[in-house]
Design a protein around this ligand. Structure first.
Ligand code: URA
Length: 201
């Protein structure tokens, strides 16, 4: 089993475990700092990401960079991954079978990086990571317990490109994110295997 991101990438780079392996241009493994305290999880690569093989390289990515800069962070200090590593044709929603196939690799990335905060971007990533069918508007800006890290859902930056109110909420949630990142390591949640996820308000 892979113990580093480089080893995990070797396991995944020629992936044909689901049909997206046939239609992608590049697999988008994830990018950033292997020792990051902050790991973002998006939905799936779009057109630009598929071409370049890197996550969040389009307009949503530029906004993500600005939001990071607003709390004194650079992209090189964080890690960015997606639920799916390959682009669904025409950017359609990921299928349950694709998520099931790809999720163990994201779980392994989270385990290797061991961040303080897993920040889920938008409804899709949030529902998959929390394993709950919930509305992003209800949970954004709230912290949840993961195993050794917090889970912090926020709007997807692409949603904020179209709605000013979403952008205001995103900016506010980044300030909360900054506070969460300053939590001491011994304050981070340690869940027992199989225990319920607790929610903090
Ligand atoms: N949207 C996502 O969810 N992920 C990307 O990598 C790019 C856009």
């Amino acid at each position: 089993m892979a113990e580093t991101l480089a080893e995990l990438y070797e396991e995944l780079k020629d992936c044909k475990r689901c049909p997206l392996g046939k239609t992608r241009t590049n697999l988008v493994f994830g990018h950033g700092n292997e020792k990051a305290d902050l790991l973002f999880v998006g939905e799936a690569p779009g057109h630009n990401e598929d071409i370049q093989g890197k996550p969040f390289v389009g307009a949503a990515g530029q906004l993500l960079d600005k939001l990071l800069n607003s709390i004194g962070l650079e992209r090189s200090q964080v890690y960015i991954a997606n639920i799916l590593k390959c682009r669904p044709p025409q950017n359609r929603d990921p299928l349950p079978s694709e998520i099931e196939t790809c999720k163990p690799f994201l779980s392994k990335q989270i385990e290797i990086i061991s961040p303080k905060v897993v920040c889920t971007l938008g409804r899709f990533a949030t529902q998959v990571i929390l394993d709950k069918n919930i509305s992003i508007s209800k949970v954004r800006g709230k912290r949840f317990e993961g195993n050794g890290h917090y889970i912090f859902p926020i709007f997807h930056p692409a949603a904020a490109l179209y709605r000013r109110t979403n952008l205001d909420d995103l900016k506010a949630d980044f300030l909360t994110l900054k506070e969460l990142l300053s939590s001491k390591v011994d304050e981070l949640p340690q869940k027992e295997e199989g225990s319920e996820q607790l929610m903090f308000f």
